[in-house]
Design a protein around this ligand. Structure first.
Ligand code: PBG
Length: 302
């Protein structure tokens, strides 16, 4: 009689890659998740693959940050290197890369800055360059999370021009300006140095605007669309699912995960049951794919 099924292959596990060799450092705000050098990321990816999880999404912490986020689109960057390693060691695992400048910029914003303003149009070219660089390294899917207007079209053009016409784009289409990203910004060291992201991320009070964002991205060529965060936006996931024929992904973000871990550490909740209930609810709302830090815990007892 059960209406909703969830299996590990529907999950994508985020990995945080940093420079070095043999580095595996637990992230304080994300218990059970690690900062990994490319070799360790490949080892982790093998474990993820063996657990039957569908894929990984890679985030990078560069050697050094600068105003233009240069390491983000460097072919020798950490994400590019980790992608090559993972692809050579894992045959089944889907490798998705996050395309955004915020992890690589000294100011921590997702786009180029002039004065205190994000420069939408000038950023597009760099995002396309980053996507092409990830594709050359072997990414199966690129996932732009910056929320600049027009970036899906710019990335599609860039990929097509570089011989990657078949490479799909998973766009973070409805991405809200959310307090639930707190632990991630700590993990990626990407908190904005001034201002906030409300100029380019969505107002949590809006749902019809989410559909507009989704339509724009689909028109520009998005192959899959994402809603983020997940749990506080189940109604948005449902609305997006009904409004489009594209696969819908939902990102069960860092704050959603850390709350569960923190309460479990105090013995206040049954972690395993709560995790299953949360992931099932996201799927029931309409998500085909869930990006989640719980993926390994879920798969171990699936
Ligand atoms: C930005 C990005 C963020 C996350 C993924 N990509 C953070 C932000 O917008 O501040 C958050 C993921 C999470 O909280 O787990 N490129």
């Amino acid at each position: 009689m059960r209406e909703t099924r969830l299996s590990p292959e529907q999950l994508i596990y985020p990995l945080f890659v940093m420079p070095g060799e043999g580095v595996r450092r637990e992230i304080g705000s994300l218990p059970g998740c690690f900062h990994l050098s490319p070799d360790e990321a490949a080892r982790e990816a093998r474990e993820v693959e063996a657990l039957g999880i569908g894929g990984v999404i890679l985030f990078g912490l560069p050697h050094a940050k600068d105003p233009r986020g240069s390491e983000g689109y460097d072919d020798q960057g950490v994400v590019q290197e980790a992608t090559r390693r993972i692809r050579s060691e894992c045959k089944e695992l889907l490798v998705v890369t996050d395309v955004c400048l915020c992890e690589y910029t000294s100011h921590g914003h997702c786009g180029l800055i002039s004065g205190h303003e994000v420069q939408n149009d000038e950023t597009l070219e760099l995002l396309a360059k980053m996507a092409v660089s990830h594709a050359k390294a072997g990414a199966h899917v690129v996932a732009p999370s910056d929320m600049m207007d027009g970036r899906v079209a710019a990335i599609r053009d860039g990929l097509d021009g570089a011989g990657f016409a078949d490479l799909p784009i998973l766009s973070y289409a409805a991405k809200y300006a959310s307090a639930f990203y707190g632990p991630f910004r700590d993990a990626a060291d990407s908190a904005p140095q001034f201002g906030d992201r409300r100029g380019y991320q969505m107002d949590p009070a809006n749902v019809r605007e989410a559909l507009k964002e989704v339509w724009l991205d689909v028109e520009e060529g998005a192959d899959m669309v994402m809603v983020k965060p997940a749990l506080p936006y189940l109604d948005v996931i449902r609305a997006v699912k009904e409004a489009t024929d594209r696969p819908v992904a939902a990102y069960n973000v860092s704050g959603e995960y850390s709350m569960v871990k923190a309460a479990a550490a105090r013995g206040w909740i049954d972690e395993d049951r709560m995790m299953r209930e949360i992931l099932t609810s996201i799927r029931r709302a309409g998500a085909d794919i869930i990006l989640t830090y719980h993926a390994k815990d879920f798969a171990r007892k699936a």
